[in-house]
Design a binder for this molecule. Structure first.
Ligand code: HSE
Length: 383
């Protein structure tokens, strides 16, 4: 089965590394015949081309694997591949979180499928397991550590005392971070993955702008010192819950108790947990970023298409995101602590406080109204 690969960066080069050398007979039958690269410097392989038409108009290519990242031209190329009757596999969470319902409908219209295992949780078989759980019962809620870069940074800061910028540099050099790491450190990458998980688990199409999203760009070693003194671990968590009429969906750093299994998920590893009636909580842990683990998930999707396990794209309906039911205490470090006097339960330092238990949506409103761009906010889970 011939495959056209769009992009030969961190993930795309991992795909050819696996498909070109894998000894498994079935994988050997997956032939990457053309690779779209972005400039002449990348024309390192005879299969490389700068012209996407050589892939989109090649009738022998049955699957297009999109590993370019970014919204455009990835969205246009994927739409055109589906319209041309080609299956699509994508690792592009940003593009797919924005266009998933539209692209699933386009796939269904053209009698092909679109798979996106690598878009969430890197190498973890998260979508595959959610599909299995959903065969028996609805998934009521999920949570995840969905960003490898921030997990790597927080782990390194906690374990070595290095500063944020130095740890980010390391994550970039290991190929974990996006080209522009803003999406990682501001929590947007985790938001896209949480939205895709909500689409899969709840059949919900959420308004991405309504997902409360905080990242770790303002974290300091003081915050990790507080975590250590209090037997906690700081993680960037995404959570979603089906509340019936609405869904809750948010991304925020959380000080977890050390007893929480997620507290021990280190470096570039991701974790994903689903909760459903008879299975209860099921947790999956694996490398959430990096060339080969992510490429592994792409190749698994290619194989699923090859052996004809095409998932029928699922219908989704628009659902309101409402985070007023989520209640917690919040750790806030800010140059304007007086703005939080009415909700302060404990002062931790001149510039740091713990709030009393309050709705996440209310904490979000107060933080935004403070206008303090250097503010660091995190949820404190449990006692
Ligand atoms: N930049 C992403 C991360 C890559 O750090 O998780 C994998 O999606």
């Amino acid at each position: 089965m011939k495959i056209g690969l769009l992009g030969h960066g961190v993930v795309g080069s991992g795909v050819t590394a696996i498909t070109d050398s894998c000894a498994v007979k079935r994988v050997r039958r997956l032939e990457v015949s053309r690779i779209l690269v972005k400039d002449e410097a990348e024309l390192t392989d005879p299969r490389c081309t700068l012209n996407v038409e050589e892939i989109l108009q090649d009738p022998e290519i049955e699957i297009v694997a999109e590993c370019m990242g970014g919204l455009e031209p990835a969205h246009t190329f994927v739409s055109r591949a589906l319209e041309a009757g080609k299956h699509v596999v994508t690792s592009n969470k940003k593009m797919f979180a924005h266009f998933c319902p539209e692209l699933c409908a386009l796939a269904a219209e053209n009698g092909v499928t679109i798979r996106y295992e690598a878009a969430v949780g890197g190498g973890i078989p998260w979508m595959a397991n959610l599909t299995r759980v959903k065969r028996l019962e609805p998934v009521q809620s999920f949570r995840g550590i969905f960003n490898g870069t921030t997990n790597y940074i927080l782990t390194r800061m906690e374990e070595t005392g290095m500063d944020f910028a130095e740890c980010l540099n390391e994550a970039q050099s290991l190929g974990y971070a996006e080209k522009n790491p803003t999406d990682d450190i501001e929590g947007y990458d985790a938001k896209y993955k949480a939205a895709l998980t909500a689409m899969k688990t709840f059949g919900a199409e959420p308004d991405l702008d309504a997902v409360i999203t905080y990242g770790i760009s303002t974290v300091s070693s003081k915050d990790l010192a507080w975590a250590k003194e209090n037997g906690r671990s700081l993680k960037l968590i995404a959570e979603g819950k089906d509340d019936g009429d609405s869904i809750s969906l948010w991304v925020m750093p959380v000080f977890l108790s050390k007893n929480d299994i997620f507290a021990n998920v280190r470096e570039n590893f991701n974790a994903a947990e689903s909760d459903s009636k008879t299975l209860g909580k099921a947790v999956y842990i694996g490398q959430g970023a990096g060339s080969l683990p992510t490429a592994h998930a792409v190749v698994q999707d290619l194989l699923d298409i090859y052996v004809n396990q095409d998932a029928v794209p699922e219908a989704m309906k628009k659902r309101t995101v409402y985070n007023g039911n989520i209640s917690a205490r919040f750790y806030i470090r800010t140059g304007k602590p007086e703005l939080f006097d009415a909700v302060t339960e404990q002062k931790l330092a001149e510039d740091t406080l713990l709030t009393k238990e309050m709705p996440l949506s209310e904490a979000d409103r107060m933080i935004k109204e403070s206008g303090d761009a250097a503010l660091f906010a995190a949820m404190v889970a449990g006692e």
